[in-house]
Design a protein around this ligand. Structure first.
Ligand code: ADP
Length: 494
């Protein structure tokens, strides 16, 4: 359990943002101020405003040297005495020396957390060299990563201290002082690595919203799980075994990770603005079966934000002497429904868009409805028919069939049909024996316990293996269409 340091609407807290020049402190401060209502105080901005009337100050700023502690400290104290600071403050650019950090304590300013943005020097240099400022709005642009619109481009300026030599001076000073400040702040420091080569580092060209995702995780503790759900698990014996049981277990693990994204992860705000969030389609691909007592890493992330749905990616992998081996992966689309059950535009799509991290080439993503339609075609007139009844054990808290149970049902129907002569006789033995490698499901409706379901299933032999199609309906309205790919190949890589 990690306790939240800041709660939206909760008691005011003061936070320090520590990082190199152009490390993204200002941007994060704006996000934080918006979310938690604190006041953003940038000592750089305060000093620049004063330097217009004080040439001695201007000299420090244009050279990139630090302004003497006593000047900055008294200026900050004056600002902290303003009434708005009782909402809590975000200190951006202060402290820059250990003496400044100590002065906060002496002044009785209680600091709850220090967000330390550890950004590689090369990243900083690249960012500053391209940094441009709109003198009218104060907005910051980057010539390459975030170019100003044409009408603004004509008036943007480069800060006097943003030249390569002055950046180096500022970086040297920063590195000299940083460790002493971190040391003073002790366990209040939360470090976020950007492009610094550490295993947990975010990529150098990371989007600001992804950094904010990490900042939120650091400050909100277990109240926010972020846009990537990572967990480790040891599969239990009953979750392993055949590819069919692995498939069902994976559906359960992935469902749980999605639940976390929707409850307390990056989709929580979007979910709160809709009546319900439902699964529209999913696909699962197995490379090998789960084995008991083996450690697995599970990851679920926001892959893409579309007009009416979000696409999530899943993987489960195991670390071995040979490196990291993917055991299975999958995709799932979620839709947000309004009170009348109609799909809404994804709430807060613009912000979510910035969190989406497309890791796989589009072509490798499977679109279940398309796969099902292309591979299976329409049900032949003489296909296997069966009536099932939904068992109470298969429904979730909302009274709907668990997605893992949907996969389990498809597997049960497969055996029922095969044993009742529902498939071509020459495929029957293979259908009973072959392993499931892929599953695609598209959900059109949802069944509840006790519902009678009418199922149709048919099989087709292809080069990839045997394809089984399932089409389930309740009162002649479609509930789900699914497709399993079975193959004789050995899946169990022990
Ligand atoms: P950056 O973080 O990109 O260096 P800032 O706007 O924070 O930009 O600071 C600009 C300049 O203002 C610094 O190079 C330094 O001269 C001065 N300055 C800002 N904050 C402090 C501080 N806490 N102590 C001393 N000098 C400061």
């Amino acid at each position: 359990m990690s306790q939240p340091i800041v709660v939206p609407g909760g008691p005011p807290v003061n936070i320090i943002l520590l990082g190199p020049p152009a490390g993204g402190k200002g941007t994060q401060a704006n996000f934080l101020a918006e979310r938690f209502g604190m006041v953003h105080i940038s000592t750089g901005d305060l000093l620049r405003a004063r330097a217009k009337f004080l040439p001695s100050l201007a000299e420090y700023l244009s050279s990139g040297r630090l302004v003497p502690d006593d000047v900055v400290v008294s200026m900050l104290k004056e600002r902290l005495a303003d009434s708005d600071c009782s909402r809590g403050v975000l200190l951006d650019g202060f402290p820059r020396t250990r003496a400044q950090a100590e002065s906060l304590e002496k002044a009785g300013v209680n600091i709850s957390a220090v967000i330390h943005l550890k950004v590689a020097d090369e990243v900083v240099i690249e960012r500053i060299a391209g940094r441009r400022i709109d003198p009218l709005s104060g907005k910051i642009y980057h010539v390459k990563d975030n170019p100003p619109p044409p009408d603004v481009a004509r008036r943007v300026i480069q800060r006097e201290d943003d030249t390569p030599e002055k950046i180096r001076t500022r970086l040297v000073t920063y590195h000299q002082e940083r460790d002493a400040i971190l040391d003073f702040c002790g366990n209040r420091v939360k470090t976020i690595h950007v492009g610094d080569g550490s295993p947990e580092a975010l990529p150098a060209d990371v989007r600001p919203m992804c950094v904010f995702d990490e900042v939120r995780k650091a400050l909100e503790g277990d109240a926010y799980w972020g846009s990537v759900i990572r967990s480790e698990l040891i599969a239990k014996a009953f979750e392993c075994g055949t590819s069919s049981s692995t498939m069902v277990s994976l559906a359960r693990f992935f469902e749980h990770a999605r639940f976390r994204l929707v409850q307390k992860g990056c989709l929580a705000d979007a979910a709160a603005s809709s009546a319900q969030v439902v699964l529209r389609s999913q696909s699962l691909q197995l490379a090998s079966t789960l084995q008991p007592l083996v450690h697995y890493d599970l990851r679920t992330w926001l892959e893409e934000v579309r007009m009416h749905s979000v696409l999530l990616g899943h993987t489960i992998s195991r670390r071995s002497l040979r490196g990291t081996e993917t055991v299975a992966d999958g995709w799932a689309t979620l839709v947000f429904l309004d009170g009348r059950g109609r799909a809404m535009e994804v709430p807060g799509a613009a912000q979510l868009q910035d969190l989406a991290m497309s890791r796989a080439p589009k072509s490798s993503r499977t679109n279940p409805p398309k796969v099902i339609a292309e591979r299976m075609g329409d049900a032949p007139g003489n296909c296997w028919h069966h009536d099932s009844c939904v068992a109470a054990v298969d429904v979730d808290l909302r009274g709907r069939v668990h997605e893992a149970s949907c996969l389990a049902y498809m597997d049960r129907w497969r055996f029922l049909a095969a044993c009742n002569g529902g498939y071509p006789p020459e495929l029957e033995m293979s259908i009973l024996r072959a392993r499931t490698r892929q599953a695609y499901v598209a959900y059109m409706g949802y069944a509840a316990a006790g519902d009678r379901i009418h199922v149709r299933s048919w099989a087709r032999a292809t080069e990839e293996g045997i394809l089984l199609a399932f089409d389930a309906a309740k009162d002649s309205s479609s509930l789900l269409q699914g497709c399993l790919l079975l193959s004789q190949e050995d899946l169990s890589k022990l």
